[in-house]
Design a protein around this ligand. Sequence first.
Ligand code: SAH
Ligand code: SF4
Ligand code: F3S
Length: 473
Amino acid sequence: MQSSLDDLEPIASDDVATQPGLGEGAPSPEAKRVFIKTFGCQMNVYDSERMSEALAAQGYVETSEASEADLAILNTCHIREKAAEKVYSDLGRLRDIKRDRAKGGKETFIAVAGCVAQAEGDEIVRRAPAVDLVVGPQSYHRLPELLSRLRGGEKALVETAFPDEDKFDALPDRRPAKAASAFLTVQEGCDKFCTFCVVPYTRGMEFSRPVAALMDEARRLVDRGVRDITLLGQNVNGYHGEGTDGEAKSLAALIRELASIGGLQRIRYMTSHPRDMSDDLIAAHAHEEKLMPYLHLPFQAGSDRILAAMNRKHTAAEYLRLIARIREARPDIALSTDIIVGFPGETDQDFEDTLALVKEVGFAHAFSFKYSPRPGTPASTMDGQVPEDVKRERLDRLQTLIEECLARFNGASVGKTLPVLFEKAGRREGQLVGRSPYLQLVHADADPALVGSIVNVDIRSAGSNSLSGVICG
Ligand code: SAH
Ligand code: SF4
Ligand code: F3S
């Protein structure tokens, strides 16, 4: 983790747990194999895991080799043009694999899932006829049924409705955890309609899962070794799921309930909207020990004129006041954000306002993007589209500033002792990699048996992306 997004590439291996699942035996030679490539945000990472679980119940075993796969799934992202276009080049490669395998008498199904599936539907099979199945994010629980229809000879199935039934109820139980940290989707969809964004169209309206179902899923994860859960939602702090008393519960209330699970040691959540940062959630950062001091709170732009055109429903000053209140509750909180440069109409001065806001807050992490016009969104047809070279130059300047902020934040950790949850082996022999409470990657020489444990580490050095240290003796 914990990149909010990955523009071009699927989630990097560093971002996803890669340890083999406990108790997973070697696949039998005749087992069906599924290859899943995940693009985009953490919600897609969670969904890929759940799809894999649904398919495991049908006898599928995951493979990292597309050429071995009886079923290849691209779980796609539509947020920016490049992310969406990448899918078509991957589909070209899968088409060739499918053709080669057919020569050897092997059948291969190609499926497109995720937000491109939802946004483009039939268009995908028109542009890439090798695709057998297009399945939107609300229909993953139908995968087994859709696959048996393909095996029965049906072709080019497109399933992008928003069905009445809840996909979460229909998905099978979680299998053994692959790592000490896990995602748990608690809320999906968005009604905010920022003028640049496709999410309200690809993920639908806001929906919160009930508290009881989440407690159940969290307990199962913890029973299987998970210690750190990140609650996911496109607007996670707008969570309002039904409690056991039938009343709607806030995210803070959900966090308090989850914190009562004994073996669960760390709770995080993302992504939040500044408008939904309620008093009880801010207070939870002061009082709830298991809630980690990390908050991803996108502000997108520093100019009030651009914020209004984006329909963000807050000003720069309101964002700063919010940050001050959050820091009052939890002075050491690490703040992270998303920023867009080159939104239509953005002037040099507007961009300077964005730089000024970044300097003023002092972020621990930030994701920055060139504005990408998305079909069907209001901003895509606004006047004043900014030329590509101007966007590029602004992004470069912004990213230089962000690098400085990250180096400063990480540099301030040197000399401190931080509790690190070790997640997996590092690249170097004898090294483990884990996360600090502030979500920094921490490398240290350590016994592999410490994976899954929280251990104090003296931080000795820092880069802009990670820390390294020595386990306290
Ligand atoms: N509510 C979620 C939104 C997911 S999109 C969240 O706030 O994380 C993640 C980020 O992608 C957004 O915050 C925004 O900075 C960026 N983004 C969305 N649409 C974009 C577009 N059309 N062009 C460039 N960046 C975009
Ligand atoms: Fe997109 Fe805005 Fe909703 Fe985030 S809040 S998902 S940026 S519409
Ligand atoms: Fe991308 Fe869909 Fe996530 S568009 S960012 S995969 S919600």
